[in-house]
Ligand binder design. Structure first.
Ligand SMILES: [Zn+2]
Length: 511
């Protein structure tokens, strides 16, 4: 007798469906598993056998063949155990024949018959819904995460015995804890920008970066407040959309980082790897590839503090995702891709001693400064839209300031960000992009039309500053965001001048 159960495996942050076919026939008593399986999938035979025994189910002395189809795609991980066990019970006629119709099953079995949590449940349920499945049988520990998808009935099971009883109609799983993903609100309180005194230029640049999702580089001496400012950025980022939230949550699900308390990621991630981070931890990987830190910053911010201290190889990893918005992991059993569409925020000192270009304080030679800054040159610098210089704070900025006297605060910055967000929503409603920073050359040509005066100004700047086309487009993108913040329909001279100013800081240090 042959049975079929629908299951699936993780491929990047996508789920691929796998049909678990079980055949029980007369012949030598063997338990055979086929279908391009890795070792841990093959070991399911042992886990299922022992789990059965501990649930008092005796396997008859027959020939058992399990095929995981399609047979030409590699299968990895331990998530097929439960589907194999249930398929086998069905093939042995120990479950009602109609019980697993339109049903998706995944979960790992422990030897005592308990069902253990697995990675990537969120993309699995999304896939199951796509395939028209009505029910998903999943580990109880993944229940909240699975329920966040909606429109599919989820059975969260603790043990093999429990789901057998449910499928035989001997037991009903009560859905407890009605507080689902939808009803949870984000109550994180971020520190406020008003704590930072005397850096209004930086706050302006941060507002623009957050509004248009532009990559931002901060250059300044130690103690100027670079790290402080970075920590305050999440508090002014535009809210995350529903689709974006599902995408980000799928990444965290695939990394096994969604626990039952956090069923969906409801705010933009802020990921700050240490400069000792390895290529592997940033890019992701492993036997069953798990997303790295770069992907965990998807739709959020990747903050590189002391960016020049990262080693060159590590920084090189960023090149591809910053271009393609995704990162590819190549492995012997076939590659996979993780999304990596993030805003880069980087901070550096201007020279080894930190005081360049102040001639009275900086003790570095020209050669040393050049070599130091060169660590950040090339592709990474190419992708920075806004470069902002921070000055050493004057003593008047440090003293005499009572709270509430810190210039722009987070609330007023957030207000500008939201205003620009609305403008962009309207502009990009027919496109697949959300922010000005994501406009390609074609989008820029179609959507950014300068008036005569502005066009002449940019032509002059193009000649005078020897701009590349790439830099020229960068200036237009940033100028567009500045105009959006101010609610202006057309880009004006002021907007272009400010955008050009962020550009010229970069020229000053690196040219
Ligand atoms: Zn120096």
């Amino acid at each position: 007798m042959v049975s079929q159960v629908m299951s699936g495996g993780l491929f990047g942050v996508q789920c691929r469906t796998v049909r678990v076919e079980c055949d029980v026939s007369n012949g030598l008593p063997v338990f055979e598993m086929v279908g391009k399986l890795s070792n841990e999938v093959r070991e399911a035979a042992k886990r299922v056998r022992v789990a059965f025994r501990n649930e008092d189910i005796i396997l008859p002395p027959k020939r058992i063949t399990i095929n995981l189809a399609p047979a030409d795609e590699p299968k990895e991980g331990t998530g097929y155990d439960l589907a194999i066990a249930l398929g086998l019970l069905k093939a042995l006629d120990l479950l009602p024949q109609d019980c697993l119709e339109e049903c998706f099953v995944a979960g790992e079995l422990a030897l005592d018959g308990s069902v253990c949590r697995i990675r990537g449940v969120l993309p699995m349920v999304i896939k199951a819904r796509e395939c028209g499945m009505r029910t998903c049988i999943l580990p109880y520990e993944n229940l909240k995460e699975a329920e966040a998808v909606g429109e599919v009935n989820i059975l969260g099971v603790r043990t093999l015995g429990e789901i057998i009883a449910v499928l035989r109609g001997e037991k009903v799983l009560s859905s407890e804890g009605e507080q689902t993903a939808e009803s949870r609100s984000d109550d994180t309180v971020y520190p406020d920008f008003s704590d930072i005194h005397g850096q209004e230029g930086l706050k302006r640049a941060m507002t623009i970066a957050a509004a248009g999702f532009h990559n931002l580089l901060m250059i300044g001496p130690p103690g100027a407040g670079k790290t402080m400012a970075a920590k305050r950025l999440p508090g002014i980022l535009p809210p995350i959309g529903k689709e974006e939230s599902l995408e980000v949550s799928a990444v965290y699900s695939a990394a096994g980082l969604l626990d039952n308390g956090h069923c969906l990621i409801r705010k933009r991630p802020f990921v700050a790897p240490h400069h000792t981070a390895t290529v592997h931890s940033l890019a992701g990987g492993g036997r069953v590839p798990s997303p790295g830190l770069i992907s965990r910053a998807h739709k959020g911010v990747l903050f590189l503090d002391e960016a020049v201290h990262f080693n060159a190889q590590t920084l090189e990893v960023l090149r591809q995702p910053m271009e393609d918005k995704k990162i590819r992991i190549d492995r012997s059993t076939g590659g996979c891709e993780f999304p990596a569409d993030f805003m880069l925020l980087a901070a550096i000192n201007p020279c080894p001693c930190g005081n360049f270009p102040d001639p009275n304080l900086c003790r570095c030679t020209d050669e040393q400064v050049k070599k130091y800054l060169a660590k950040l040159s090339g592709p990474l610098l190419d992708r920075i839209d806004i470069c902002v210089e921070m000055n050493r704070l004057k003593s008047s900025d440090l003293n005499g300031h009572k709270s509430g006297d810190g210039g722009m605060d987070s609330a007023s910055m957030r207000e500008l960000v939201l205003k620009a967000r609305e403008k962009q929503k309207e502009r990009f409603k027919a496109l697949k992009i959300d922010f000005n920073a994501q406009m390609g050359s074609k989008d820029i040509e179609e959507m950014i039309v300068l008036d005569e005066k502005e066009r002449k100004f940019m032509e002059k700047a193009y000649e005078r500053m020897h701009l590349s086309i790439r830099s020229y487009h960068k200036i237009l993108r940033v100028a567009r965001t500045i105009a959006d913040i101010e609610g202006a329909e057309n880009i004006g001279l002021m907007h272009l001048q400010e955008a050009l100013c962020y550009r010229s800081i970069e020229e000053r240090y690196w040219k």
